[in-house]
Design a binder for this molecule. Structure first.
Ligand code: CP3
Length: 351
């Protein structure tokens, strides 16, 4: 009888586990989104954006849409990083064209947050994870996710996205003790939420630190690295071997330190990362994910081809997950995505 462990059938997981694949596995941040007509139709049926996130059947449907259309190597749970503050009792609204809106939180109001029932409120999202896994092709990896504590805290304090998240930076500098209590609360809630996603069938977890790039070195260490280290350690203490992709956007200069301290399996990079440095400094240590400028998907044609080829040529010999450097934008052309997938997958044929 063959007693060897089952081979990992999902290409993206083989890369996270230390393997090299060429052509690389491919998926896109925000792959379920407004650039797709089928997403817009389901979203209209759901009513509000959060209704979409909290209705398991609809969240499952929109998660699967880009998989059906493009056959990506990974699906990502359809939800939002702001379901955590919502579940903690800081009500979140999404208004058309304006993005998320929350009642801004002062550090004095921290006591009002209710962590005890947060996971219960997220039950519909966890239910969606199970439905998605059951509906996905065997070879497609399923990614769970959450926002990094720092990025979630920036929205909680400002009440919305601001150009450089000054309100949270200011709060962290003025009152680091209380700010660290907010971060710790988010670390704890996120660990519970991520463990539940793993138990429901997620293969790996991406942590989005979209606003990591507004922090100086000392603050990055304290509010981006340290909470991420605790998050990874906390989940792995309960579910050993959990695979993580970290995405500290806009912080390439601190990436080596972030990787060494957190123990992630892959790092997501935006399009400002210098590819030859990524190849020489990061790829020997872990898999890298990215880095196509989403604007190249809007423009298409030669601009898109050149962007794809530069990534494949410089990073293709190392461990790579092909992706964008940030989410696809609503004005991207779905046919450009088809062209991108085709070109990446044809790359194996060229040498
Ligand atoms: O397909 C996927 O990637 C999975 C779903 C997903 C969404 N948001 C759906 C969404 C994921 C992984 C996120 C993460 C998220 N949400 C982040 C981190 C990644 C990033 O993009 O930086 C952040 C900062 C948020 C908070 C957020 N949610 C903002 C700032 C906005 C408004 C901006 C926008 O694009 O409208 C959202 C709304 C949102 N989240 C949409 C989607 C598909 C669009 C809302 C709609 O359909 O009306």
């Amino acid at each position: 009888m063959d007693r060897s462990p089952p081979a990992v059938t999902r290409k993206l997981l083989r890369v996270l586990d230390g393997g090299h694949e060429f052509p690389p596995p491919i998926w896109m941040m925000r792959q379920a989104g407004r650039y797709l007509p089928e997403y817009r139709a389901t979203r209209a049926k759901a009513g509000g954006f959060l209704d979409l996130c909290y209705t398991p059947e609809l969240a499952t449907e929109v998660t699967l849409q880009p998989i059906r259309r493009y056959g990506f190597d990974a699906a990502i749970l359809f939800s939002d990083i702001l379901v955590i503050p919502d579940a903690l009792g800081q009500h979140v609204r999404f208004s058309e064209g304006e993005g998320p809106l929350l009642q801004p939180l002062t550090l004095e109001q921290l006591v009002d947050l209710d962590a005890s029932s947060a996971l219960d409120r997220l039950a519909p999202v966890i239910e969606a994870v199970g439905l998605i896994r059951a509906a996905l092709p065997t070879e497609t990896a399923l990614l769970g996710f959450c926002g990094a504590p720092w990025t979630v805290a920036t929205y909680m304090i400002a009440g919305r996205g601001t150009p450089d998240q000054a309100p949270a930076r200011k709060a962290a500098l003025i009152d680091p003790e209380r700010f660290s209590r907010l971060i710790d609360l988010l670390v704890t809630a996120s660990i519970d939420y991520l463990v539940a996603q793993i138990d429901a069938g997620a293969d790996a977890l991406q942590v989005f630190d979209t606003w990591a790039g507004v922090l100086d070195e000392a603050e990055f260490e304290r509010w981006a690295i340290e909470p991420m280290r605790k998050l990874v350690e906390g989940v792995r203490a309960r579910r050993p071997g959990t695979r993580f992709i970290g995405f500290p956007k806009g912080a390439f200069g601190f990436a080596e330190r972030y990787v060494a301290a957190t123990g992630i399996n892959a790092i997501g990079l935006d399009w400002t990362a210098p590819l030859a440095v990524v190849r020489d400094v990061l790829q020997p240590r872990l898999a890298v994910q990215g880095t196509l400028d989403p604007m190249r998907l809007v423009v298409g044609g030669r601009v898109l081809e050149e962007g794809i080829d530069a990534i494949l040529e410089t990073l293709g010999a190392g461990r790579l997950i092909f992706n964008l450097g940030h989410g696809i934008t609503p004005d991207a052309d779905p046919d450009h995505v088809t062209a991108m997938v085709k070109r990446v997958r044809a790359a194996g044929g060229r040498s």
